[in-house]
Design a protein around this ligand. Structure first.
Ligand code: URA
Length: 431
């Protein structure tokens, strides 16, 4: 094993030891670590050890700022300064049934902002925005930089795959974190998300930090710490950043799955859709518009068809047919209520896992996903049900997947005698 790699004077093993023992890494050492790792000058096992040391010991705010800058500097920064509209984006840390980006980007664009949403693919039980949009026949996630700028000017929003040049260090580091148990680290998550958002060139950013059983931050305190860390990083890079902490104990809306979520998003864009999706979307839209300095009522843009028109224009601009019928699963089975009563709990994580097992999500980033697969829940907390009523629909093209999805859903819905107390969706705001 090469101890010093291609470095002038740094020894990766010394740096790992120092971080392991709660020491502080210097700025040039951090620059070198990221640069050398991207250039294959540091072995995966060495970077794995460094990531685990950071997982336990954390990074000081100075180290985190430098780590994030080094990740940004590993690729190209997008220049959106030629746009006439103010730019504002949103990032969600991921939840079950979270189709809000599909609604929010055209909604905020319809109110006058430019929304440059450069996204990655979903992994695990929370679905990815690109996978959802790819359920639309013809829709393309991959766009050239000048097409992105043109679309932002003409339509006002773009949701597309981040190019290979956007913070490439993150791609490599994230893949390593995924297989070394080092994803759930506040500084590493913050650097990962914010390096991509800062490199994307947006002037303002609203973060939707999900909290609860279906999110990867399950307690409010850690979610608030993540939010504060990301907001501080954004501000330090002149990106006006606000975070909302939103509840993810119950899945959002009524569906989890790619085509199923597109259909639900279009319902919301048409002025209808489930109340919880509308409420969180409007809360985020108001924050985005306020950061962009735009005085407009996003509820009006949902009601008067402006957001839907922008959605259609965005889909068409990326080769999709907004009127095409979406894939429908060849096999649909129902799960029925075991007793009569009122739904007291619907757990997000098992619903996400069931949708994933039905084929809606992927385990490895190169896996294909099914457009048609997913779960529909026909009752939510507070709804009354009778024994034998259908409460879930399982959608898949591969019937062999049904049993494992049913197993995931066992116990996901609790039915009792008293309605549950109503719980807020927006839990906190960090600015
Ligand atoms: N999403 C990201 O982009 N990075 C993380 O580290 C976690 C979630």
């Amino acid at each position: 094993m090469n101890r010093t790699s291609a470095s002038p004077g740094f020894d990766v093993v010394d740096l790992i030891r120092r971080k392991r023992d709660a020491g502080v890494l210097g700025g040039e050492e951090i620059d070198w670590l990221i640069e050398a790792y991207v250039a294959d000058g540091i072995a995966d096992e060495q970077m794995s050890a460094m990531l685990m040391a950071i997982f336990w010991q954390g990074l000081s705010s100075g180290e985190l700022a430098r780590w994030t800058e080094a990740m940004i500097a590993s690729g190209e920064e997008v220049d959106l300064s030629s746009l006439s509209r103010p730019t504002v984006d949103k990032h969600s840390t991921g939840g079950v049934g979270d189709k809000i980006s599909l609604v929010l980007a055209p909604l905020v664009a319809a109110c006058g902002a430019a929304v440059p949403q450069l996204s990655g693919r979903g992994l695990g039980h929370t679905g990815g925005t690109l996978d959802k949009l790819e359920a639309i026949p013809g829709w393309r996630s991959s766009l050239e930089p000048d097409a992105i700028l043109r679309q932002l000017d003409e339509v006002g929003c773009v949701i597309c795959a981040a190019g290979a040049d956007l913070a490439p260090a993150d791609r490599k580091l994230y893949a390593l974190r995924d297989v070394t148990g080092t994803v759930e680290s506040i500084p590493l998550i913050s650097a990962s998300i914010m390096s991509k958002k800062i490199a994307e060139g947006t002037a303002s950013l609203v973060l939707d930090v999900k909290v609860g059983d279906g999110a990867f931050m399950t307690d409010t305190q850690r979610a608030a710490e993540l939010a504060r860390t990301m907001v501080a990083l954004g501000r330090a890079h002149q990106v006006k950043t606000v975070a909302l902490l939103t509840a993810m104990d119950t899945p959002l809306g009524r569906t989890a799955g790619n085509a199923l979520e597109v259909i639900e998003a279009v319902e919301v864009l048409s002025g209808g859709g489930p109340d919880d999706v509308v409420e969180v979307t409007l809360a985020l839209a108001r924050e985005m518009l306020s950061l962009a300095g735009i005085d407009a009522d996003p509820a009006l843009a949902l009601a008067d068809g402006a957001a839907l028109a922008t959605w259609r224009a965005m889909v068409v601009a990326q080769g999709g047919d907004p009127d095409a019928a979406l894939a429908r699963a060849s096999h649909i089975e129902t799960v029925r209520a075991e007793r009569s009563g009122v739904v007291t709990r619907l757990a997000a994580r098992p619903v996400g896992v069931a949708a994933w097992r039905l084929g809606a999500g992927r385990t490895r980033k190169e896996d294909p996903v099914s457009a048609a697969a997913g779960v529909v829940w026909l009752a939510r907390p507070g709804d009354e049900v009778r024994a034998g009523d259908p409460v879930f629909e399982l959608h898949t093209d591969d019937p062999d997947r049904m049993d494992r999805a049913r197993e995931a859903l066992a116990g996901a819905m609790e039915i009792g005698d008293e309605p549950p107390p109503s719980a807020p969706l927006v839990l906190d705001r960090v600015d």
